[in-house]
Design a binder for this molecule. Structure first.
Ligand code: SF4
Length: 185
């Protein structure tokens, strides 16, 4: 049975961008499918060849490979606050016959609980808001580390009135770096 969950009103800027931006989500998902070191899949859940390939990659059996899914991966976020971010403005239902969508913090897209990838790691799912926010904090930090010098400088000038989670996090990090006497950009 297909169920559609209607998201509640959420604080602006609190959801990961890919949950709200279908183009970005598709771009990140396609990158995860193609990347040699990720290989998100299978597209068709009955594709045995995919699991044979994954099992070979992990040096394990097909049965074990099939048990290592997004649903129990450490990066799979189905916390209450994340479910409010899903499905986003244009997306598919988050629950279906095979499982449900959650957010992948490693590769930044809405992944499906029944699929997997080469970077799967035990310990999930994330089902507490506190753990979800902690992943978001680390994710935003690593994104901002990747900004160019010009971009960082442009954003620093907006720290008097930061908007959105990414900017707030960036400005918070700038303050704590400044206190520690570290280089600010
Ligand atoms: S890192 Fe985990 S949650 Fe993300 S796609 Fe891979 S198995 Fe799924």
């Amino acid at each position: 049975m297909i169920k559609i969950r209607i998201g509640k009103k959420k604080e602006e800027g609190s959801c990961p961008k890919a949950t709200q931006d279908i183009e970005l989500n598709t771009k990140n998902r396609n990158a995860a499918i193609k990347a040699e070191h990720i290989q998100y899949g299978p597209l068709n859940l009955s594709d045995e060849d995919y699991y044979v390939r994954v099992a070979k990659h992990w040096n394990t059996s097909v049965d074990v490979a099939k048990k290592s899914k997004c649903s129990n991966c450490t990066a799979f976020d189905i916390s209450p606050r994340m479910l409010e971010c899903l499905p986003g403005p244009v997306s598919q239902p988050i629950e279906d016959e095979e499982g449900m969508l959650g957010y992948c913090w490693m590769h930044r897209f809405k992944c499906h609980s029944a699929r997997t990838c080469y970077t799967w790691a035990a310990g999930g799912p994330i089902d507490k808001d506190s753990v979800s926010y902690s992943w978001q904090e680390r994710s935003e930090e690593s994104l901002s580390e990747g900004w160019s010098k010009g971009e960082r400088s442009k954003r620093k000038n907006k720290c008097d009135n930061p908007k959105g989670f990414t900017m707030k996090q960036f400005c918070k990090n700038q303050k704590s770096r400044s206190k520690k006497g570290e280089k600010k950009n």
